[in-house]
Design a protein around this ligand. Structure first.
Ligand SMILES: O=C(O)CCC(=O)C(=O)O
Length: 491
């Protein structure tokens, strides 16, 4: 594929074709090689021919209807229209229904009775999104084994650490980045279009924490129909687009922004967020955000958290509990660095080498960003340079530089839906709870750790409200906040 064009992902390649590292069952990459790619690659890419033997490849919505029996699932209902405001979860309505009722509404294009009766199929989409397997399949844990992330080098990782997404045509997730981990997404049924933007584009995406959801930073821009008068910098963003088809697995690197939309009548996908070293610091940042957002928004309007709190957030939002969480995250961060320092020290001793004492010191708060993270990135970038992993079974998602073709769907990307022309006019149109039930995304700081308010860790608080305020109202920080507040206002 030529660099600079949209990603085109072949769908019918013979298993193993072109793969130098062919693994068991004719897969193009061994688990070790796949993991090496995932841990080093800095751009999104699509793995092909890696999941053809997973039992979960048969998880169509019809199949899941049988597995789930009459279980009630919550569907997010959104409008098919596209205006320039993103459809955040706080602005959607919600329907509790079975998968069977969803399929009936979706197939018959209407429902005269039942939970979807108020939703005209031509005007609405429905999305059972972000459903943790552990909640969906509580009494059928056998199905966890049908998802086998071990093939990507993560032994033991299966449905237990995965989420399921079932949607109708047009169902979408607004543009956001995930604070933790990187992501593997298996497309099971139907196709989804992914619009991705690299982390360095963050200022052009106009990030916001309202609506508030732990671990999701939303963009104020509707990236498929942007208001360029309000968000002029968005024109500088580097849009990468790919259509993910059944059998393919998309790798989304850490902190890549993404907007995702179903472009077939029924879509099913499964994903798993893979924890990374950097998550320890991200958890501290997330906890600080939570304390501040919850405190200020509750002070503003103590009666109506639903206006700013994403419906996926079902955790306690009291200041006390949030401070416990912050302390848990800080302890975990410190503990992790202590442990790495010990390991590093042991490794040096074993090698009989000496190293300056300060080199072994844990990164302090300032150094964290200035030295630690870039080192991790430098390491990753070097690794990426050394190996070019692309080929027919690993297709890079590249920058969209050309006008998108007008036809919707197909193998080649850019279906014309929701892009903007140079004048900014649109043409065409286009997370269970994280702390409590899902250790993988808040692993080191479990809910028990956070919620058991009388534990020793909490009693001996490392960080008090005053400590936090001291940092947040530090003149350097308030200067930056003032600049951000004033930016984009008509002065
Ligand atoms: O499939 C979707 O609608 C969104 C998926 C997503 O945001 C994710 O996997 O991080």
């Amino acid at each position: 594929m030529a660099a600079g064009s949209e990603a085109s992902v072949p769908q019918t390649l013979a298993a193993g074709a072109g793969g130098e590292e062919e693994g068991k069952h004719g897969k193009p990459f061994t688990p070790e090689k796949a993991k090496e790619i995932i841990m080093s690659l800095q751009q999104p890419a699509v793995f092909c021919n890696m999941v053809f033997d997973w039992p979960a490849r048969h998880w169509t919505a019809e199949h899941l209807t049988e597995v789930l029996g009459g279980k009630q699932i919550r569907f997010r209902m959104g409008l098919q229209r596209t205006d320039t405001a993103p459809q955040f979860e706080t602005t959607c309505s919600y329907v509790d229904a079975t998968l069977e009722e969803f399929l009936t509404w979706n197939c018959e294009q209407s429902s005269l009775s039942g939970p979807f009766a108020d939703y005209d199929h031509s005007k609405f989409w429905a999305y059972a999104d972000y459903k943790y397997f552990v909640n969906l399949f509580e009494d059928k844990t056998d199905v966890f084994q049908e998802v086998m992330w071990s093939d990507f080098g993560f032994p033991g990782r299966n449905g237990q650490e995965s989420t399921l997404w079932i949607g109708s045509l047009g169902a979408h997730t607004p543009c956001h980045l995930d604070s933790y981990g990187c992501n593997l997404v298996f497309q099971v049924q139907g196709r989804k279009i992914w619009h991705l933007f690299p982390p360095e584009d963050t200022p052009f995406l106009y990030p916001t924490r309202i609506p508030y959801e732990e671990s999701s930073v939303f963009s104020k821009v509707n990236v498929v129909n942007p208001d360029l008068k309000r968000f002029p910098q968005f024109q500088k963003a580097q849009r990468h687009v790919v259509t993910l088809s059944p059998g393919q697995v998309l790798f989304v690197p850490r902190h890549w922004w993404h907007y995702v939309e179903s472009i077939d009548p029924v879509t099913v996908s499964i994903n798993s967020w893979i924890e990374l070293e950097e998550d320890h610091l991200a958890r501290v940042e997330e906890a600080i955000t939570r304390v501040l957002v919850c405190a200020l928004k509750t002070a503003e309007d103590p009666r109506n958290p639903r206006a700013w709190l994403n419906p996926t957030e079902v955790e306690e939002i009291s200041h006390e509990v949030n401070c416990h969480y912050l302390n848990g995250a800080v302890s975990a961060f410190l503990e992790h660095h202590r442990a790495s320092r010990e390991t590093e020290g042991q490794a040096l001793q074993t090698n009989g080498k000496h190293r300056k004492k300060e080199e072994l010191h844990m990164c302090n708060h300032v150094e964290v960003e200035q030295t630690c993270s870039p080192n991790v990135n430098k390491h990753r970038a070097t690794k990426q340079k050394a190996v070019d992993p692309f080929g027919p079974n690993l297709v890079a998602v590249t920058l969209l530089t050309e006008e998108p073709p007008s036809e919707r769907g197909g193998v080649v990307e850019g279906d014309g839906k929701g892009f903007v022309d140079k004048d900014g006019e649109g043409f065409g149109q286009l997370h269970g709870t994280k702390w409590e039930q899902v250790p993988s995304r808040g692993e080191t700081v479990s809910a028990e750790h956070v919620a058991s308010s009388s534990t020793a860790a909490v009693t001996a608080a490392l960080v008090t409200t005053d400590d936090l305020l001291d940092c947040v109202v530090n003149p350097q920080v308030t200067r930056m906040v003032a600049q951000l507040l004033l930016q984009g206002r008509n002065l």
